[in-house]
Ligand binder design. Structure first.
Ligand code: BES
Ligand code: MN
Length: 444
């Protein structure tokens, strides 16, 4: 790998581009400005598009008739770094050890979009142009649900018209195994608050005659699953597309699965919906997770109190053909039904995004799989993923284009977690993938 490519990646990783935290707004902007300058240096036409929060950067070559228009999407924002004390080195001072680069954003998504950027650079420097009409779209709000990207797509629909979209922001099933993802789960977030007394109460004086919001909330949380792990919300599974026979068959032969999940997570035993394998549970079945919970005294020792309220933050992962709006209605009805009259229930609806599935045998799907095989010299695994990239469904709805998900992360890259890392080998593979991909799409 050219050392200039590694330098570019290191530079990108030093920006503290945490999109959710307004203390880092200037760092997010600096990252965008650097990307814009870097792309301009390659001779592309670059534009910075300010939004209400973080800018969108676009870069394009001169489009010519007779070539497909390919959009490559990436996100330069990152997740917060906490718990920061669990990092072995500063999350924004990239460290290389045993062939892996450790930094926040290394795998999600800087290592992956910078591989594409460097691949484009190499082609442009060698040939003066690319084999396709390119739109490179980089946003700084993916980790907060892309609130300004969809309006931007609507507004710029004509300028962003394209035949196909490629994103490297998903995983590979194992090191060296090229992986084509043809489906993503969607997401729907809600925060449930149970309000009890108007003030925190002495639990000795009032305990016994006033319902405790922590208790009520815990009972409500417990109604969401049955004893075996199925979601117990009425109608939640109505629109779920069953796992197809060919998927069962193909996924059963893949590396990973239950033993790997056990090893990666360190839990004493796995849990999940009866009748489904580990891959199926994570890629093709809906889930309900409590991402945060709170209420009452959290400090050292004990405090005898009935808290005035308690909350739980839920996210539901959705699969084709579940509709986030429909699921949210069912979730609201569920909590309303189980909440007793001794407390007041408040439900705040958060962000959501639809699930996605595309045809891996489409013309561009086949071309992308060929490019993966050329890059890694191995047969390609066909998978779905459990994570969400909500803008992918908007790309389909607004731009009428499908998305090729060509992930480069490994199962142990620790996205969103301390000591996030990315193998340099995958960075190099991504640079080659970009070149093979554009060639394959040009002749598809
Ligand atoms: N790169 C991930 C999405 C992902 C991860 C897809 C692993 C497939 C496998 C992305 O950056 C992400 O974390 N998305 C969020 C979306 C949410 C904030 C709307 C997610 O999935 O939680
Ligand atoms: Mn992410």
């Amino acid at each position: 790998m050219a050392s200039a490519h590694l330098e570019d990646l290191l530079t990108a990783l030093r920006f503290r581009s945490i999109s959710t935290d307004s203390r880092y707004t200037a760092d997010v902007l600096a990252n965008a400005e650097w990307l814009a300058a870097r792309l301009k240096a390659d001779g592309l036409q670059v534009q910075m598009h300010p939004t209400a929060r973080h800018p969108i950067v676009t870069a394009r070559n001169i489009h010519r008739a007779g070539r497909p228009t390919v959009m490559i999407y990436g996100h330069y924002d990152v997740q917060p770094v906490d718990p920061v004390e669990q990092w072995q080195s500063d999350p924004f001072q990239p460290r290389i050890e045993n062939g892996r680069i450790y930094a926040r954003g290394s795998t999600d998504n800087k290592g992956q979009h910078m591989a594409h950027l460097c691949g484009l650079s190499d082609t442009l420097r060698a040939h003066g142009d690319l084999p396709v009409n390119l739109i490179f779209l980089l946003e700084g709000e993916e980790e907060i649900g892309s609130p300004n990207l969809e309006p931007f797509l609507q507004e710029q629909r004509a300028n962003l018209a394209c035949d196909i979209i490629a994103i490297s922001d998903t995983g590979m099933v194992a090191a060296g195994v090229p992986t084509f993802t043809y489906g993503l789960r969607g997401i729907a977030c809600v925060e449930v608050t149970v309000h009890g007394p108007t003030i925190d109460l002495h639990s000795g004086i009032f305990g016994g005659s006033v319902a405790n919001p922590n208790t009520i909330l815990s009972r409500l949380v417990a109604t969401v699953h049955d004893a075996e792990g199925r979601i117990a919300i009425e109608g939640l599974y109505d629109a779920v597309r069953p796992v197809q026979a060919w998927e069962r068959e193909a996924w059963s032969k893949l590396p990973g699965g239950a033993a790997e999940t056990l090893a990666l997570t360190g839990v004493p035993a796995l849990f999940g919906e009866p009748g489904y394998t580990d891959h199926e549970r994570r890629w093709a079945r809906p889930t309900a997770e409590v991402n945060g919970i709170g209420g009452g005294y959290q400090g050292e020792g004990s405090k005898t109190v009935i808290p005035r309220s308690a909350f739980a933050k839920f996210s539901f992962r959705l699969v084709p053909d579940q509709d986030p709006a429909d699921i949210l209605k069912k979730v609201e009805a569920h909590f309303a039904r189980y909440c007793p009259p001794t407390v007041r229930l408040e439900i705040k609806i958060g962000h959501s995004g639809a699930p996605y599935a595309m045809d891996p045998n489409s013309k561009f799907g086949v071309a992308a799989r060929r490019a993966l095989e050329t890059t890694f010299s191995k047969p390609t695994a066909l998978i779905r993923e459990g994570g969400s990239i909500p803008i992918v469904q908007s790309f389909r709805e607004v731009l009428g284009a499908e998305t090729l998900l060509l992930g480069l992360a490994l199962p142990d890259c620790q996205a969103h977690a301390p000591n996030e890392n990315f193998p340099l080998e995958n960075f190099e593979a991504g640079i080659r993938l970009n070149q093979h991909l554009l060639e394959a799409l040009a002749s598809a």
